[in-house]
Design a protein around this ligand. Structure first.
Ligand code: URQ
Ligand code: ZN
Ligand code: ZN
Length: 484
């Protein structure tokens, strides 16, 4: 199956140039002007349109078992919805229950993800600690293509990682050449504030943001950053929602610490007024953590992207329908946390980023694809329009518009946090592994055709980092000297 995308303008994270793109056997074979393709090649006329790397969403939770239910989007429907919106790869999460062997959980998730219709990979969460976790982390890095370990600092009594787990896991990740990622909310404070809200008789969804104020996120982000600094391990902070966590990241980066920040499309455009809507279903549909924030935080997050202090955009796509959210009808802390976004991220970020002048098209590509590929060590195979890269592309019409609605979206959820939003900037075609999987508003995807993408460890990089004393925390320098 060969495809020629003809007459378009290639936009990458670094450059913009007129070129055709020819793909065959799932790989980009040629990028240049006036490419002659075989007579049987499928041809896309991209005149007046852009050709960009397929979107990479570094944060999804397809069919996640969570809070007593299972997310309604599975790996097949979720990868289809992603492709409908121009995203060709998702990095999802293996989340072992405490005491569940990491390798067992990994194999379980690999079984679930065999139905995927586009490429994917897994971060693995460390939710408990003993020697077997220490051992399984090495197997995951050395034999299973995992180079990132997640730590939920929230969700006390469930999957929360306390400081002891953070320190053990961060040290182990560093030894293995893996990056650490965190969900940064202080789970102890959330637990107490949830109790306080309920003691005051606040049981509706409006209690959710009240129990997780920005300070709770800022504290955890800073704590994770400082632990990573002392242990000298790179850190990726997921779904930054507020000024407080952004400030912690900005300070660290200004001091040369290797910290990366992710922001969700939802947190960039939705504010906390949604929780004051009197309709329970509407407010509960927006219950996710960290919560949507008061006006003002959104603009700060955009400035974080513009300044380069936030590097990636994601969705945290974790779907629960109204009947599932109803579990928290009388107690907001029982509402399954999660919202959708995998189909709309690219257009929302283009419309509100490029369309407003906040981002250039090149910065858009960096934030929706290339930076995630680089941070998680799959560039240029992913996130590029280079010869030899995987043929994951979007043909983008910057003048095209669509109105977002749960009535027509492909996501398996009965709600859309961007409902009614008319966005300018749409993918007219999505190409995954060289196949045209979305065109003229129609999906053409094959269940099970998605591949698990190995992500190599960073070991060589870390070795260099060890030699750079200016990057090492004083304690690490002292330790190194003592060891001499
Ligand atoms: O915390 C997460 O990232 C998962 C459990 C999805 N839910 C959410 O509210 N963000
Ligand atoms: Zn999270
Ligand atoms: Zn998440």
């Amino acid at each position: 199956m060969s495809t020629l995308v003809r007459g378009g303008t290639v936009v990458t994270a670094d450059e913009t140039f007129r070129a055709d793109v020819y793909t065959d056997e799932g790989v980009i074979k040629a990028v240049g002007e006036d490419i002659e393709a075989p007579s049987d090649a499928r041809v896309i006329d991209a005149g007046g349109q852009l050709i960009m790397p397929g979107g990479i969403d570094p944060h999804t939770h397809m069919e996640l078992p969570f809070m007593g239910t299972v997310a309604s989007e599975d790996f097949y429907t979720g990868t289809c919805a992603a492709a409908a919106g121009g995203t060709t790869m998702c990095i999802d999460f293996v989340i072992p229950a405490p005491e569940e062997p990491l390798l067992e959980a990994y194999n379980k998730w690999r079984g679930w993800s065999e139905k995927a219709a586009a490429d994917y990979s897994f971060h693995v969460a460390v939710t408990w600690w003993d020697d077997s976790v220490h051992r399984d982390m090495a197997t995951l890095v050395n034999d299973k293509g995992v180079n990132s370990f997640k730590h939920f600092m929230a969700y006390k009594g469930a999957i929360m990682a306390d400081d002891e787990i953070l320190v053990n896991s961060f040290m182990r990740a560093k030894e293995l050449g893996a990056i650490c990622t965190v969900h940064a909310e202080n789970g102890e404070l959330v637990f107490r504030l949830q109790q306080e809200m309920k003691d005051r008789g606040i049981t509706g969804p409006e209690g959710h943001p009240l129990s997780r104020p920005p300070e709770v996120e800022g504290e955890a982000a800073n704590r994770a950053i400082r632990i990573a600094q002392v242990l000298n391990v790179p850190l990726y902070v997921v779904h930054n929602s507020c000024k407080e966590s952004l400030e912690a990241i900005t300070r660290a980066r200004q001091e040369g610490q290797r910290v990366y920040g992710e922001v969700l499309a939802g947190h960039l455009v939705v504010d906390d007024s949604v929780y004051r809507n009197p309709d329970f279903e509407f407010a509960a549909a927006h219950v996710m953590s960290p919560p949507f924030r008061p006006k003002g935080h959104q603009e700060a997050l955009w400035r974080g992207l513009q300044s380069g202090n936030l590097q990636t955009t994601a969705t945290d796509h974790c779907c629960f329908c109204a009947d599932q959210k109803a579990a928290g009808k009388d107690d907001f802390s029982l509402i399954p946390n999660g919202t959708a976004g995998v189909e709309d991220r690219m257009s929302v970020i283009w419309d509100q980023g490029v369309g407003t002048g906040r981002l250039t098209p090149n910065e858009f590509v960096a934030a929706t694809s290339t930076n995630a590929a680089k941070i998680f060590n799959i560039y240029p195979r992913k996130g590029s329009v280079k010869v030899g890269a995987d043929a994951d592309l979007v043909v983008w019409d910057p003048e095209g518009t669509r109105t977002i609605s749960a009535k027509i979206h492909h996501q398996n959820i009965d709600f859309n946090i961007f409902e009614g939003m008319t966005v300018k900037g749409v993918n007219t075609h999505t190409i995954s592994q060289g196949r045209i999987v979305w065109s003229n508003g129609q999906l053409d995807m094959e269940r099970g055709s998605g591949r698990y993408i190995d992500r190599p460890a960073f070991a060589p990089y870390y070795a260099a980092m060890e030699r750079r004393e200016d990057l090492m925390a004083p304690t690490a320098v002292a330790r190194a000297k003592a060891a001499e």
